[in-house]
Design a protein around this ligand. Structure first.
Ligand code: ADP
Ligand code: ADP
Ligand code: MG
Length: 450
């Protein structure tokens, strides 16, 4: 096992990594920007060492590949955890770590490359026997090319960024006119978000549900799946509430789709934790969307129902260890729902709301609260607005809903507006209670149509 690990991230995920290292008795060194150093969050106090890696803006600190690897080396760390966001899916960063003799917690750079862009990832998925959404075979040259492919595939379609992530560069189009209008727009958004304007196209799956399978591979051709999560409650293609298992799959579908996902993971000799994202259409067919070669924000719902600590397993596998169990030994118990609590004003187009959290307490029976913040801490304007995640685990979905509503009602959160009020309304909505929400439901609910 590693003796000392470097945390190349901040906030909630950094706190989660520190906790796993404590449990595995690994010393931990945390990176911090100047703003975070000043904030002196609890996880930074718990670390064995903290290294300032640069200025407050992500581009000056958490995105500085060289600086981070040097800091890890200088503090004698033999492993590095990238968390999610920032450099977590940057294969150059993974390769740089390995060049300097530091184990990158994640799959190798070649596997990350295979999944980094969507068009090659679709090809890798097909080669591993996964069904993909019907769409363009390669990149689109022009709006004319896009219109030609759209007519072959059939409307509605969706233009997507090859380098896409975080829901950016995605445009639904219902006819030729919309394709020619949206093409430049989507390319521009992709260029500014990812420095890569390349687009491709998929059939738009109507009434689709976002279903993703959690997989673990040992890098030597063995892999298991830990069931699925449903993340259809999205705003601008960003998840706001996630649950496991999905109310949409029966146990036969779960076993089949799960086996298919584990088989693909083994086929790729995948190492560590990964997520294969799919869309489930109204007929119950599943289509590959992308694979995220990292731990997911919503991983706690899978941890809750399987009893397997995914953050620990990621580290154990990177250290050369084996999978925690065989597929037959994986047991799914009960139901879990997670709320992503963001500092955002839901009445003002989800504007981020940095500021001081004067009160910050959320608890309840069987409620897990993953956060890096406590009362008195400030939410910085420099970073993601995620304050933390509230997770309920119980025998049934209904119990989870009741527990979360009670936790929100008892919560003591003051200082900045949060998404909790909206999440309470979602939990109490009949469509949600009856599991009738597709990926467009939340937008329509926000628009007053539900
Ligand atoms: P997931 O399926 O895990 O939610 P996302 O594509 O939403 O995947 O991105 C992962 C998460 O990483 C985001 O929700 C956000 O919290 C964080 N993230 C993404 N990009 C950045 C970034 N540039 N800086 C900081 N955090 C980021
Ligand atoms: P990202 O890398 O930005 O996360 P994804 O391919 O995972 O991109 O898609 C994000 C979300 O966009 C999905 O969860 C879904 O809501 C929507 N989406 C993507 N592709 C399609 C499609 N072909 N049909 C319908 N919705 C889609
Ligand atoms: Mg995605």
């Amino acid at each position: 096992m590693f003796k000392r690990l470097f945390v190349a991230n901040r906030g909630e995920v950094a706190a989660r990594i520190v906790r796993a290292c404590r449990e595995l008795q690994i010393e931990v060194v945390c990176a911090a920007s100047t703003a975070d150093l000043k904030a002196n969050f609890q996880y930074l106090q718990q670390a064995d060492q903290v290294v300032c890696i640069g200025g407050s803006a992500p581009s000056a600190s958490y995105l500085q590949l060289e600086q981070i690897v040097q800091a890890a080396k200088q503090t004698n760390c033999s492993a590095l955890h990238p968390g999610w966001g920032f450099l977590a899916e940057n294969s150059l960063f993974a390769a740089l770590c390995e060049q300097h003799g530091i184990s990158f917690i994640g799959p190798d750079a070649a596997t990350m490359d295979m999944m980094a862009l969507k068009v090659p990832a679709r090809a890798a998925a097909m080669a591993a026997g996964l069904p993909v959404v019907p769409g363009s075979e390669g990149l689109l040259d022009s709006p004319t090319d896009a219109i030609r492919v759209a007519n072959e595939v059939g409307y509605p379609v969706v233009l997507k960024a090859d380098a896409g992530g975080g829901g950016r560069g995605i445009r639904r189009c219902d006819n030729d006119g919309e394709v020619s209008k949206a093409f430049a727009d989507a390319a521009r958004e992709a260029e500014s978000a990812f420095g890569n304007a390349a687009l491709y196209l998929e059939k738009y799956i109507l009434g689709g549900r976002h279903i993703e399978f959690q997989v673990l591979g040992d890098g030597r051709g063995k892999a298991i799946h830990l069931g699925e999560r449903e993340c259809s409650i999205q705003r601008r293609h960003q998840k706001l509430l996630e649950e496991a298992p999905s109310p949409m799959l029966n146990s036969e579908q779960r076993a089949n789709y799960g086996e298919m996902s584990a088989r693909a993971t083994a086929h790729w000799n995948y190492s560590g934790a990964g997520t294969i994202e799919y869309l489930l259409d109204e007929d119950g067919s599943l289509y590959f969307l992308e694979m995220n070669t990292r731990l997911q924000v919503e991983h706690p719902v899978s941890e809750s129902i399987t009893g397997i600590d995914l953050m620990q397993q990621q580290i154990i596998i990177a250290a050369g260890g084996s999978l925690p169990c065989t597929q037959d030994e994986v047991q799914l118990n009960g139901h879990a729902i997670e709320l992503r609590v963001n500092a955002e004003d839901t009445d003002d187009d989800f504007r981020p709301t940095p500021g001081e959290l004067t009160k910050f307490k959320i608890n309840g029976n069987s409620i897990r609260f993953d956060t890096h913040l406590q009362a008195g801490d400030s939410v910085s304007p420099f970073y993601d607005s995620l304050l933390g995640k509230v997770i309920a685990h119980a025998n049934t979905r209904e119990q989870c809903i009741d527990m979360l509503v009670a936790a929100i009602d008892d919560a003591d959160v003051e200082g900045v507006p949060t998404t909790l009020g909206l999440q309470r309304n979602i939990l109490l909505n009949d469509d949600f209670k009856n599991a009738r929400c597709d990926t467009l439901w939340l937008e329509s609910f926000l628009g007053g149509n539900k």
